[in-house]
Design a protein around this ligand. Structure first.
Ligand SMILES: CC(C)(COP(=O)(O)OP(=O)(O)OC[C@H]1O[C@@H](n2cnc3c(N)ncnc32)[C@H](O)[C@@H]1OP(=O)(O)O)[C@@H](O)C(=O)NCCC(=O)NCCS
Ligand SMILES: [Zn+2]
Length: 214
């Protein structure tokens, strides 16, 4: 073990990858060249980290997940078991003339998962989107568009259903908040208080309006 880094003997980690102190890489993982993984991350069984991927500190990646080129995970992101990332919005194996596409014959669409966000088990993220800070994606969802900070989304296609606290609990939300917003439309965020951990959480007014429009 080097710098407190644990790499299971069945895993294949490129010498050109950068792994932060305290990170654990469990069975049958592959980490490709120039990938950068922060400190204290956990890669569970069967995780694939593509070339050049950047992962922050304290990130948990559960069993059987592939993080492809073009995907970035910020600090504290949670990836539930078997969730799916994509990086090619219109995939094809072959060109119109039937020849096999090469590595430069397609366009990478990026995906950014911001600090503290959680992705439920088996959710699929269609590429070209960003997942906001502390957002929560329900199990099995298909996420096709940006998720706001603290946004709770689920379903296929995933719709904005509410907002969650940093602790993960749903924030209380009712129509009175919306009525208040109409009166104070110049304010850019509204205060919601978590009933579980009692923290004050500010949610952008524009994001609350998205909830009422969905
Ligand atoms: C999304 C989630 C956070 C919602 O929790 P919640 O706010 O307590 O939701 P509820 O259980 O009250 O369900 C509300 C409604 O949404 C539905 N629902 C809940 N989660 C859903 C999901 N992932 N996909 C589709 N519908 C869902 C429920 O069936 C219910 O529908 P109804 O009103 O028609 O009865 C939770 O269901 C979830 O998916 N968590 C992720 C779990 C996970 O993957 N963990 C990974 C680590 S093991
Ligand atoms: Zn809370």
């Amino acid at each position: 073990m080097q710098n407190n880094i644990f790499i299971h003997s069945t895993s294949d980690v490129s010498e050109k990858a950068i792994i932060g102190e305290g990170t654990k890489i469990w069975q049958h993982c592959q980490v490709r060249e120039n990938a950068e993984i922060g400190q204290n991350c956990i890669l569970s069984k069967g995780v694939y980290i593509d070339a050049d991927v950047k992962i922050g500190n304290n990130v948990k990646i559960q069993n059987g997940i592939s993080i492809y080129h073009g995907v970035t995970l910020e600090d504290g992101v949670f990836c539930g078991p078997h969730c799916v990332f994509t990086n090619d919005k219109f995939p094809r194996s072959i060109n119109p003339d039937g020849s096999l596409k090469g590595t430069s014959d397609w366009e990478v669409s990026k995906t950014l998962v911001k600090t503290g966000a959680s992705i439920g088990a088996h959710a699929t993220l269609v590429c070209g989107i960003s997942i906001g800070k502390w957002a929560m994606i329900g199990a099995g969802s298909v996420v096709t568009k940006d998720v706001p900070d603290h946004g709770l989304v689920y379903g296929n296609p995933a719709r904005l259903r509410g907002f969650v606290c940093v602790c993960g609990h749903k924030l209380p939300f009712d129509k009175d908040i919306l009525a208040g917003l109409d009166d104070h439309s110049s304010e850019d965020s509204a205060l919601l208080k978590c009933e579980a951990c009692h923290q004050d959480i500010f949610i952008r007014v524009d994001d609350i309006r998205k909830l009422t429009n969905e």
